[in-house]
Ligand binder design. Structure first.
Ligand code: BGC
Ligand code: CA
Length: 401
């Protein structure tokens, strides 16, 4: 009897493994049962920021993978506060009026990473007035040394391009020019929701050299600016680990792992090849999201950060080939082009995953959706939404095909 139970359990375990394994069901598995990973743009309501739980519970193999937005915003805010508190305030307050004035470049009002950075910065500088909207803020105070300074957000704007694309560098450049002209020496800091817009400010007309600028992402393209101090600080969202995590999720699910094993194998413990991610991820049950923490980067630790670009412990797996279809919402996005995709391309062959990438234009969902085709050919899908409330448009296609 005892023996029978044991065999029964093993039999059941093997059965459930195979039922869900992409490998076993390659030709027969319906697309609606395959792994779906939303990444970088969390399914959510662009107005309220409320997470879209239905998108991530579409099937039992759907997850969101990204940065811990709140932690990202707090990290950026703290970095700016630390900078102020370690500076000579008289030099920072350029016009000597006792006010620290700053301008804020908002990436995408409907993107929770962007919202969280706006909030983190405003909270740290005491200008938070319970809203991430550009025009809702208050005056605050920060203490530098033993003196109190007033903090004023002189202007904040969503950097939407003429074509409707968000996180737009050209709009950032143009806005900075307008701000330089209208606020002059009242601007003491430039704070941006990402590096791409921060870099654009540096190249704007009459940009006051030496003005502290803060970005986000630790993109390759800011290397010179960080080294020279033209950009004072940025934050890495540990993108290399995010890319690896995405591929692990795919690998694990396609190898037939279920439930918690999907997001713990390779994360909190090594897989059978010893592969393990070096950065901690937090799993949130309700939003089925795996979120990585962020790290502040400046001139001092930039070199060290660069040296550990990829995780050298990842070795080739012997698992069967997996075909992944991955969408990129905007072919012109520096963060995805310089950070995320290179890491995907680095790790994918090591995990024996063939990645097909399709690119959108950053404004119309259809620019991605129209290429989200031939779906039965793939074993798994990774989706970077153009609009964060459009998840259903992709999953609807998976039901149909
Ligand atoms: C990045 C931005 C990027 C955006 C795209 C954010 O997490 O920090 O640089 O433009 O994702 O969705
Ligand atoms: Ca001032």
């Amino acid at each position: 009897m005892k023996k029978f139970n044991k065999v029964g359990i093993i039999f059941l375990a093997v059965l459930s493994l195979n039922l869900f394994s992409c490998k076993e069901n390659k030709s027969t598995m319906l697309n609606k049962n395959k792994p779906v990973i939303f990444y970088n743009r969390q399914p959510s309501d662009p107005i309220t920021g409320k997470l879209d739980y239905s998108a991530v519970s579409w099937n039992s193999r759907t997850y969101y993978l990204g940065t811990d937005s709140q932690n990202g915003g707090e990290t950026q805010g703290q970095q700016i506060l630390d900078f102020l508190q370690n500076s000579n305030a008289e030099e920072i307050d350029r016009n000597g009026d006792g006010i620290i004035g700053y301008v804020l470049l908002i990436g995408d009002e409907g993107h929770i990473d962007s919202k969280a950075r706006t909030e983190g910065v405003r909270r740290a500088l005491d200008t938070w007035n319970n809203s991430t909207k550009p025009n809702i803020k208050k005056e605050g105070t920060v203490k530098i040394g033993n003196k109190s300074y007033k903090t004023v957000e002189l202007a904040a704007k969503s950097m939407t391009g003429a074509d409707g694309s968000t996180w737009n560098a050209a709009t950032a450049r143009e806005s900075m020019k307008i701000w330089t002209n209208s606020f002059g020496k009242s601007i003491d800091l430039v704070i941006s929701n990402n590096d791409e817009m921060a870099l654009a400010c540096l190249s704007s007309e009459n940009f006051p050299k030496g003005l502290p600028v803060f970005g986000f992402d630790a993109n390759d393209s800011v290397e010179k600016a960080i080294a020279s101090g033209a950009i004072t600080g940025t934050v890495t969202q540990n993108t290399d680990s995010q890319a690896l995590a995405l591929l692990f999720l795919v690998r694990n699910m396609c190898d037939g792992l279920l439930d918690a094993a999907v997001y713990t194998q390779g994360f909190s413990y090594g897989d059978k090849y010893g592969n393990k991610i070096s950065t901690p991820f937090a799993y949130n049950e309700e939003s089925r999201s795996l979120l990585v923490s962020n790290t502040a980067i400046n001139k001092e630790n930039w070199q060290e950060y660069k040296k550990t670009a990829h995780n050298s412990t990842i070795t080739k797996t012997q698992g069967s080939k997996v075909k992944l279809l991955l969408t990129v919402y905007n072919s012109n996005n520096d963060f995805l082009n310089e950070n995320f995709i290179p890491s995907i391309n680095y790790y994918a062959p090591l995990l024996n995953i063939d990645v097909t990438i399709i690119y959108g234009d950053g404004q119309n969902e259809n620019s991605c959706l129209s290429k989200f085709t031939n779906l039965s050919y793939y074993d798994a899908y990774a989706i970077n939404l153009v609009k964060t409330n459009n998840a259903h448009l992709y999953t609807d296609k998976l039901i149909l095909q």
